[in-house]
Design a protein. Structure first.
Length: 120
């Protein structure tokens, strides 16, 4: 599956992993940050995701925040406020592309820093 978003970005994902691009402005002229939101709706399978942006290089490390819980009907309560705590982790971009496995039943926010090739 390939999706195009702001800045002619493209996401390549395995089946059933919809993703949305959100761009945030950055003060550095040739760099910008982009947040990719990706969802794995499968209840028991990890799904691979690769993010590549046309005309840009993704610089590593990439920050990932994941919210995952196997029971869709579960709710949190004041007695257990950390039940759905975000997990934070990092993955390195390789060759301008970042690849990872999305946990089953998860929502993921992937923050990447972009740089145009050939410009410092």
């Amino acid at each position: 599956m390939s999706r195009t978003g702001p800045g002619k970005g493209a996401i390549t994902a395995a089946r059933r992993a919809p993703a949305v691009l959100l761009t945030q402005p950055d003060n550095v002229a040739q760099r910008r940050r982009m947040i990719v939101a990706a969802v794995n709706v499968h209840l028991s399978k990890e799904i691979p995701l690769s993010v590549e942006v046309a005309g840009e290089r993704i610089e590593g490390p990439v920050e990932v925040r994941t919210l995952a819980f196997a029971d869709y009907s579960a709710i949190t309560s004041p007695a257990d406020p950390q039940r759905f705590a975000l997990q934070q982790w990092r993955v390195m971009a390789t060759g301008g592309i970042v690849s990872m496995l999305l946990r089953p039943s998860s929502v993921n926010w992937i923050e990447v820093e972009l740089r145009r090739p050939g410009r410092e």
